[in-house]
Design a protein. Structure first.
Length: 78
């Protein structure tokens, strides 16, 4: 089981429960999965368009966790 599998399972089993609570922000499992997989699809397209380009990640935010899940779902390494 990898992060993609966990993200999918949690979105199916607990869609309205919080996946991430950070500062004043709450993101449900369904929202997290939707954003992560949307980003994963975008990264696959970007990788095809610009081979060799590498994104810069900033830690300590919800988006950072979504990027991990997105890369896992798109079979990318970070």
């Amino acid at each position: 089981m990898n992060l993609r599998d966990i993200t999918l399972r949690n979105a199916r089993c607990y869609p309205s429960r919080p996946a991430v609570i950070f500062e004043n922000r709450r993101v449900t499992h369904a929202e997290f999965a939707a954003r992560a997989f949307r980003l994963g699809n975008g990264l696959v397209c970007a990788r095809a368009a610009a081979a060799g380009a590498r994104p810069v990640l900033a830690p300590n935010c919800v988006e950072y966790l979504e990027i991990f899940a997105a890369c896992e779902s798109a079979n990318l390494t970070i």
